[in-house]
Design a protein around this ligand. Structure first.
Ligand code: ADP
Ligand code: MG
Length: 715
C-alpha cells in the first residue's frame, strides 16, 4: 500500500482534516458524529453492509428485500414519459432470467450503460409487468477499469444530520490508509492464534471494507471478543480492589450452628437451598466482603436462604480485632456483641411480610427483630434507631430507602437486598459503615439470563436456586378470551366455593387518580357482578400502608376470599392458601411481571391456576402466548429479551449495565461466557496483568472503564 502524503508522522491522533481528501468542511461535519481523529474514524464501526456481491439469482428475489444480482446489459432505452419525465430503462440478462432497472430524471445515467456490459444491481426489487424491476438501484460496474472502485460489501455507517455515507466512507478510507502499520495490537499474540482472531489491522480493514461475507463475521468476532474481554477484565480488577480495600467480618458457620439454624424452619431445606447456603457460608467465613447474587425463580424459597444467612451473622460474636479502638481495660468485659443483619425489600408490604415471618420463626429465640418502614411515628422510629445503633436489635427489616438512609448499626455483618433488579456494578447500594464493609447478598426473582448476569453483575458471584420446594407444581395457565369470560368466572367461583382463596389482578400504570378510579370501578364491577357472593378486599399502591397491611392480614387469615390488587402484589407476597388468579388485561403487563404475578399462586401443595384475560379473541399476543406456554422463569426471561429486542434488555438499560459498542449481550452470550473464562484464567496466571504482553490491553481497559469503575489506582 502507498504511504499517504501527509505533513505529520502517521498517528492515530491525527485530526481528520489533515488527511488527504477529507478537508476542513467535511471534517466539521464528521465532528457532529464525534469523529475528530483517525482513531475515531477507525472505531466508527458500520451498522450494516450493503450486499454488492451479485450473488443472488432471479429465483431468490423477494419484494422489498435487499438483493444484489449480476448480469449483462442487453438493452438501454431512454425516453420521456407522458408527464415529461426522463425515464431510463436498462434490461439485464441475469442468472435465471431477465430483469429491468429504471431511473427517472437522471438522464446522465444513460451514458454509463452499454450493451454487453457486466454490472451488479443492488436494491430492493419489485415485481413489474415483465418480471422483476429495480427502481434506482445502486450499480457496480464490472468492467475492468471500474471494478476496483466498489467493493462487494459496502459498509453502511451510523450517521448524524448533515453527514452522508460518502463522507464517512471517505474519512474511514483515509484513516485506514493513514494508520497502516501503526495500529497497536491489544491482544497477546497467543490469544489471537488460539482463538483464530484477526490481527487488529486486518480486522479494522475487514470491518470497514470487507473482502467477503465471511470476513465481516471474522472481523466482528474479533472486536466483540475484545470488547467483552475488556469488560470482564475491568470487572475483575474492580473486584480485586474491593477485596483489598475493605475487610469484612469472618462469620464461620460450623455444623452445629448449621443444624441449629435449620432446625428453626418448619420444613427441610431442599438440596438447592442447602447448596446455596453452603456457597454463602463459604463466603461469610472469609474476611472479605461477600458480593453474591442469588437468582431463584418465583417461589423457589429464597427467603429461607436469606434468613439462614442472617441467623448465621447474628449468632456470631464480634471478634475483638473488629472492635474499633478496643475497650478500656479497667471495666469488666461485657458479653460479646454479635453481628447484626439487615434485609431490605422494595416495598413496605414485602418488608412487613418478612417481618411477620421472622417474628413467627424466631419467637422465643432471643433474637430481636425490628421493622423500619414508613408510617411509623417519629418517636417509634427514634426508639428503633437507638436500639439498632446500640446493637440491641439483631435483625432489621425495612425498605431500602429507610435502612440505607437512616440507620446506623453497631456491627453490621450482613445485608440482604430482596427482589432487587437494579443492582449493577455501577449502582452499589451497600451499607458501608466505618472501616468494615458488611457482606452483601442480593436476591432477585427476575431471572436474568446467565450470560447477561455475567456481563451486568460481573463482579458478583452468582448462586442459582434451581428447582422448587417439594410438591410444587407448575401453575395451570390459560388465556381467557372475551367469549370465554363468563365460563371462566364460573370456574373461578367454583374453586372459591371449594375453599380456595384467589387474586384478581387489575392493571394500573402509575396508580394515578385516573387509574384509581378505574381500579375502584373494576372492584365495584367484580363485587356486584361475578364475585358478588364472596368477601373481597382491595389493595393498591395509593392505600395507606397500615390499611394495606390490614387487608393483607385479613386475606392471609382467611377473612377475605379474594384479593383484588394492582401489581403491588407482584413481588414476594406469600399466602400459600391462595391458589387461583385472574389477571385482567393481561396484555398490558410485561412478561416478567406476568410470571411474577403467577408466582403468587404457585406457593402451596395445591396446583395453582391462572387465567390471563385478553380483550381480543383470536389475534396472537406474543407475550401472553409465551406466558401461557411456559412456567419456567429463565426460559421466559430469554423469551422476553427476544420479544423486546436487544435495545431494551431487562438486565442492561434498567440495571446500569455497562454500555457496549459492538457486543450484544443476548446475541453474543457464548462470547460473554468465553471472555469471562479467559479473564479469570488471565487473572489467575497474572493477577496484576504485569506481563508486558498485557500492557496495551491493560491501558485500554483502564481508558475505557477506569472512570466508571474507579480503577484509577490500578496499573
Ligand atoms: P421466593 O423465592 O419467591 O422469595 P419464598 O422464599 O417466598 O419464595 O418461598 C415460597 C414458599 O415456599 C414459602 O411459602 C416458603 O415457606 C416455602 N418454602 C421455602 N422453602 C421450602 C422448603 N424447603 N420446603 C417447603 N416449603 C418451602
Ligand atoms: Mg421472595
Amino acid at each position: 500500500m502507498e504511504v499517504p502524503l501527509t505533513t505529520a508522522e502517521p498517528s492515530l491522533a491525527t485530526r481528520l482534516e489533515r488527511l488527504p481528501g477529507v478537508g476542513t468542511a467535511r471534517a466539521e461535519r464528521l465532528a457532529r458524529l464525534g469523529l475528530m481523529t483517525v482513531r475515531d474514524a477507525l472505531m466508527h464501526f458500520p451498522r450494516d453492509y450493503k450486499d454488492f456481491s451479485g450473488a443472488h439469482r432471479i429465483a431468490d428475489l423477494a419484494e422489498t428485500e435487499h438483493a444484489s444480482i449480476a448480469g449483462t446489459v442487453t438493452d438501454v432505452a431512454a425516453r420521456t414519459t407522458v408527464h415529461g419525465r426522463a425515464m431510463l430503462t436498462v434490461t439485464l440478462d441475469a442468472a435465471g432470467g431477465r430483469l429491468k432497472a429504471v431511473w427517472f430524471n437522471m438522464p446522465f445515467m444513460a451514458r454509463r450503460f452499454e450493451r454487453g456490459m457486466r454490472v451488479v444491481l443492488a436494491g430492493q426489487p419489485r415485481p413489474g409487468r415483465q418480471g422483476w424491476e429495480f427502481a434506482h438501484p445502486e450499480v457496480r460496474w464490472l468492467t475492468a477499469d471500474e471494478q476496483a472502485h466498489t467493493p462487494e460489501w459496502l459498509a453502511v455507517y451510523p450517521l448524524a444530520e448533515g453527514v452522508q455515507q460518502s463522507h464517512v466512507r471517505l474519512a474511514v478510507q483515509a484513516a485506514l490508509d493513514h494508520s497502516a502499520g501503526i495500529c497497536p495490537e491489544a491482544l497477546p499474540p497467543e490469544t489471537l492464534a488460539e482463538k483464530g482472531l484477526l490481527p487488529i489491522e486486518q480486522a479494522l480493514r475487514e470491518i470497514h471494507c470487507p473482502s467477503t461475507a465471511e470476513m465481516i463475521v471474522a472481523a466482528h468476532r474479533r472486536f466483540v471478543y475484545q470488547e467483552l474481554l475488556m469488560l470482564q477484565l475491568a470487572l475483575r480488577m474492580h473486584r480485586g480492589q474491593q477485596k483489598r480495600a475493605h475487610a469484612a467480618p469472618a462469620i464461620a458457620v460450623d455444623a452445629r450452628l448449621d443444624a441449629r439454624i435449620r432446625a428453626r424452619f418448619p420444613f427441610e431445606f431442599t438440596p438447592a437451598q442447602r447448596k446455596v447456603c453452603g456457597e454463602i457460608a463459604a463466603d461469610l467465613a472469609r474476611p472479605e466482603p461477600m458480593n453474591r447474587l442469588l437468582q431463584g425463580d418465583v417461589g423457589s424459597g429464597k427467603t429461607a436462604v436469606a434468613i439462614y444467612s442472617m441467623l448465621a451473622a447474628v449468632a456470631t460474636p464480634v471478634m475483638p480485632s473488629a472492635l474499633a479502638g478496643g475497650g478500656p481495660g479497667d471495666t469488666p468485659a461485657p458479653p460479646p456483641d454479635r453481628y447484626q443483619a439487615a434485609i431490605m425489600a422494595p416495598t413496605e408490604l414485602l418488608a412487613r411480610q418478612h417481618f411477620t415471618g421472622l417474628e413467627r420463626l424466631l419467637a422465643g429465640s432471643g433474637v430481636e427483630v425490628q421493622l423500619l418502614v414508613g408510617g411509623q411515628t417519629a418517636k417509634q422510629r427514634e426508639k428503633i434507631l437507638t436500639r439498632i445503633a446500640s446493637g440491641e436489635t439483631d435483625i432489621v427489616v425495612g425498605t431500602q430507602a429507610l435502612v440505607c438512609g437512616g440507620a446506623r448499626f453497631h456491627h453490621l455483618g450482613l445485608v440482604v437486598i430482596d427482589e432487587q433488579h437494579r443492582f449493577g456494578v455501577l449502582q452499589r447500594a451497600v451499607l458501608q459503615q466505618g472501616e468494615a464493609e458488611p457482606h452483601t447478598l442480593v436476591m432477585t426473582a427476575t431471572p436474568i439470563p446467565r450470560t447477561i448476569a455475567h456481563a451486568v453483575y460481573g463482579d458478583l458471584d452468582i448462586s442459582v436456586l434451581d428447582g422448587q420446594p417439594p410438591g410444587r407444581q407448575p401453575v395451570a395457565t390459560y388465556r381467557v378470551t372475551p367469549a370465554e369470560l363468563d365460563r371462566w368466572w364460573e370456574f373461578f367461583r367454583g374453586k372459591l366455593a371449594a375453599g380456595r382463596r384467589g387474586y384478581v389482578v387489575v392493571p394500573a400504570v402509575e396508580e394515578s387518580k385516573r387509574d384509581l378510579a378505574s381500579i375502584s370501578s373494576a372492584f365495584e364491577e367484580l363485587a356486584n357482578g361475578p364475585l358478588e357472593a364472596f368477601r373481597l378486599g382491595l389493595v393498591h399502591g395509593r392505600l395507606k400502608p397500615a390499611a394495606k397491611a390490614g387487608i393483607m392480614e385479613d386475606f392471609r387469615g382467611g377473612r377475605l376470599d379474594v384479593l383484588v390488587a394492582t401489581s403491588v402484589i407482584e413481588v414476594g407476597i406469600d399466602v400459600p392458601e391462595a391458589t387461583i388468579m385472574t389477571i385482567l388485561d393481561a396484555e398490558s403487563f410485561g412478561l416478567a411481571q406476568l410470571h411474577q404475578l403467577r408466582g403468587r399462586v404457585a406457593r402451596g401443595a395445591t396446583r395453582g391456576i391462572c387465567g390471563a384475560v385478553t380483550p381480543s379473541g383470536d389475534e396472537p399476543h406474543p407475550r401472553v402466548d409465551a406466558f401461557v406456554a411456559s412456567c419456567d422463569g429463565f426460559e421466559l426471561a430469554e423469551q422476553d429479551l427476544r420479544l423486546r429486542g436487544p435495545g431494551d434488555l431487562v438486565g442492561t438499560r434498567q440495571s446500569g449495565a455497562p454500555p457496549l459498542y459492538l457486543a450484544d449481550l443476548l446475541r453474543d452470550g457464548a462470547v460473554v461466557a468465553e471472555a469471562r473464562r479467559d479473564a479469570l484464567a488471565t487473572f489467575e496466571a497474572d493477577p496484576e496483568l504485569a506481563d508486558s504482553k498485557y500492557d496495551r490491553l491493560r491501558k485500554l481497559v483502564i481508558d475505557r472503564w477506569g472512570e466508571m469503575l474507579g480503577l484509577g489506582q490500578v496499573g
